[in-house]
Every structure is written in C-alpha cells, then in structure tokens.
Design a protein around this ligand. Structure first.
Ligand code: EPZ
Length: 422
C-alpha cells in the first residue's frame, strides 16, 4: 500500500485545473448502456471508481476504451445483467447501473451495496421507485433481482427521512426514460450531477423536464441513441482546493469551476470573514491570517454538501472560536474526527453534531485514511500542520481525486507518495 508524506506550512501559489466530476461521470457511464449505439464521454476523470464502473461494464460484455480523459462505450455486446459483490462492495455508487439495466434489458441481478464508513447505505427508495414503475424486485441471498415485462410510468414520491436521494433519483429517471407513458418524480434530488445526467439522457433522445428542481417529469420514449458528451467539473474537488487555499493562507486560482455549484461554500467562507472572487473561468482565494468559527448543517443541494463536511471541519479546526457542524445527510459521517484530533484539533462529537474548538496550530503525525472525503480532510490538515504528516491507506483518495499530489505539488505543497513499509 502507499502513503502520503506532507511537510506542512508551505504557502501555495499559482493555479489548479479541476477534473471532471466523479459523481456526474458514474451515473452517466451507467446510463450510456441505454443507447442503441456507441457513446463517447469527454473530461472523464481517471479515478478508481471510474475504473471500477468500467470493469463492471466490461464484465457485462460492453466494449470500452478509456484514454486521456475520453471514454468510449459500446454497449452492443452486453449479454449478462449482473454485478457481483466483489465489484459493488468496493463502490456503492455502482448501484446507479440498476436503473439503466432494468430500463433497457428489463432484468438485473445486483449485489446489495452494504454499508460503509459514512454509515448505512439503504436502497429502500430505489426499490420503492422501481416497484412503482411495475418492476418486480426480490432480495435473493444479498442480491437484488429485478424483472419486468414492461415498465409503466407512474407518480412517485422519492423523498426519504433524509430528504432527496441522488442515486435513487438517477436510477428512477433512467428507468422512466424508457418506460411507457409519463412519470412524475416528486422530491427528486436537485444536485448538479442529476441535471448533468438529465442533459445526457435528453441528448440521447429522452424527454425530461424540471431537472434541478424537486419535481421531474419524464415522458417515456422507445429508444435512445449513443452520443458524445462532456462531463461537468467536480464541485467537490474544487471545494477541496478552495479550502486548501484559505487554510494555507494562499492566493490560488481554481480553474474550470462552475461557480454556481459552490454558492453554499462561498456563503460560509464570507460568513467566516473571508473574501472570495469568482467568475465563469476561475475561483480565486483571497486569504486572511484568521477566520471566524461557523455553524454549518449539511443538506441536499443547494444546501451545504455533505461531501465537503470533512474538509470544512479541517478548515474550522483553526478558526477563532467554537464551530458546530450538524450532519443531516449521513449522520455518522465523522470518521475523520479521531484522526484530526491526533493532529492536535479539539473536536467532540454529540450524535450527528460535531463541536470544533479552534486551536492555534496543528502538529504533524501519522494518521490513517478511511473514507474518500475524510482522507481529503487529513491532506488539508497536513498542508498546514507543523512538521511532517504521514497519511496511510491513500487508496481511499485515489477513488475520488485525480493526480492529487501532482496538483498540490504544482501549487507549491511539499507532498509525496511513497510505498508503505510492510
Ligand atoms: C451520492 O450518494 C454521492 N455518491 C455521495 O458522494 C454523496 O455523499 C451523496 O450522494 C449525498 O450527496 C455518488 O453520487 C456516486 P443519497 P447516494 O442517496 O446517492 C438516504 C462521495 O464522497 N437514503 O443521496 O448514495 C441515505 O442513507 C460520495 O463522492 C435512504 O434512506 O446518497 C442518506 O442518508 C459519498 N434510502 C441520504 O438518503 C435510499 O434508498 C442521502 O443519500 C437512498 C438513500
């Protein structure tokens, strides 16, 4: 396995280019199998999760070719409609293949995703939506088996106790696109990644209205065609670098961002007393020596994203005062707290709330990555901690951050990837 060694305290400068969005690419790669012909996707990030999704498509019989950010998918050879546990257990996001498989082939056998460090990953909303569309769903020895003679549109309330569900919305939107008749999804996810998926499906010939709102209307069509499509930039990667700029008190440019996807972050940074400048080309950090403590609650888009919660916590460990983070999307998503405290932070947990008492500085030590975004929080802390920080098990980071150490090194960080002594 590999680890990062980071020498803290270095100022950053220059600019960083944001890669394509992992959470837009995954459901779009999945949906590409619904087309009758080849699809070509541009700006696809070279991440472990993308490689896993490609492996599953190849396992099913699709032909794929991925180089220099361009992914070609020819679904014509697909002959089996199952995703075994060894794939799904490494990436819960692969569940977004279920909707496309059922839409086009009317059959699917998919391992239940199981839980992960950020908490249980239930799929009751996915199953409810599929059943509403006339799909028969059984649970056979930990596998979801779906079958349908035909898929009929319906009115579906898709909200759960934690609000909307991103991948349940993706799954039902895909299944409804090739259904007979009209489907209304009430309490759909408004995430930019869902809007990107809807735009992709519409380019293929789908008829979708209202994406980006909590009510999406879909008129079923008979067929979809393969298309060329550009993946949107990754708002979570962008937010991570923006916080790196402020934490290291550096002026850096984060390029290729859609700033409208980050207004909740900008709002909180301004509330902390910081300035930020942004336009259609880039976001620029305007740093200060200190920043104020904040109260943050994570919510579905356009609220503050749970995927930036760990990184924001890292930032708040050095704020003036006591901050409070309430995690309303994944209430157990605090695996990073223990490791941040080992770096000298002062964080206590009370259920789904984290109380962060600002400290003057962090001190480098050995820490362990455990989840994609928790690991990003440790990298941010390592950039500012005094001395050396070693982060082990960085394969978690490779799932969602393309060329992380290279991008940070170009900005002036002292970070290197080394093999862990066995
Ligand atoms: C997507 O996961 C993202 N993954 C997650 O990003 C992200 O944290 C999450 O959305 C929330 O924004 C991908 O897009 C690949 P949800 P998803 O269904 O769709 C509950 C990352 O780091 N729920 O929106 O699986 C669920 O337990 C990853 O890039 C049900 O109760 O998340 C949670 O509390 C981590 N029943 C809430 O809804 C269901 O059937 C939101 O989850 C489904 C979800």
């Amino acid at each position: 396995m590999e680890k990062f060694i980071i020498e803290g305290g270095k100022k950053l400068e220059g600019e960083v280019q944001i890669s394509g969005s992992k959470n837009a690419a995954l459901p779009i790669i999945a949906a590409s199998i619904m087309g009758e012909g080849k699809t070509i996707l541009h700006n696809v990030p070279n991440l472990k999760d993308v490689q896993t999704m490609i492996k599953i498509l190849n396992y099913m019989g699709a032909k794929t070719e991925f180089k220099n950010g361009v992914l070609e998918i020819d679904p014509s050879g697909i002959y089996q409609f199952t995703a075994p546990y060894e794939f799904v257990s490494t990436m819960r996001g692969s569940i977004c293949l279920l909707g496309p498989l059922l839409a086009k082939y009317k059959t699917a056998r998919f391992s239940m995703p199981g839980g992960c460090v950020i908490g249980p990953r239930p799929i009751d909303l996915h199953i409810k939506g599929f059943k509403k569309l006339g799909i028969n769903i059984e649970n056979e020895e930990g596998y979801i088996v779906g079958k349908a003679d035909k898929i009929k549109g319906n009115i579906i309330f898709l909200g759960g106790n934690f609000g909307s569900s991103v991948l349940a919305t993706a799954n039902i939107m895909c299944a409804a696109t090739l259904a007979e008749g009209e489907t209304i999804i009430e309490f759909s996810s408004c995430e930019p990644e869902i809007v990107a998926l809807a735009n992709f499906l519409k380019k293929m010939g789908g008829r979708i209205y209202g994406e980006g709102s909590h009510l999406i209307r879909i008129e079923g069509v008979k067929k979809l065609k393969g298309v060329e499509y550009n993946i949107i930039p990754d708002r979570i990667e962008a937010g991570t670098y923006i916080l790196a700029g402020y934490m290291t008190k550096s002026k850096i440019k984060i390029k290729g961002v859609i700033y409208q996807h980050l207004l909740s972050l900008f709002d909180k940074l301004e509330e902390a007393g910081l300035e930020i400048s942004y336009n259609d080309e880039y976001v620029e950090t305007i740093p200060k020596e200190r920043w104020k403590a904040l109260e943050i609650t994570t919510l579905p888009f356009p609220g503050f994203p749970t995927d930036l919660q760990a990184q924001m916590m890292s930032f708040l460990t050095l704020a003036d005062g006591i901050s409070l983070i309430t995690e309303k999307v994944f209430p157990e998503r605090f695996i990073h707290v223990g490791e941040l405290n080992r770096l000298g932070a002062d964080i206590t947990l009370d259920g789904s709330k984290a109380i962060i008492k600002g400290v003057n500085s962090l001190r480098g030590t050995k820490v362990m990555a455990s989840d994609l975004r928790a690991s990003a929080a440790l990298v941010l802390a390592g950039l500012v901690a005094e001395g050396t920080t070693e982060i082990s098990r960085i394969y978690h980071l490779d799932r969602g951050y393309e060329n992380l150490e290279n991008k940070l090194s170009i900005l002036g960080a002292k970070i290197k990837r080394v093999r862990e002594e066995s």
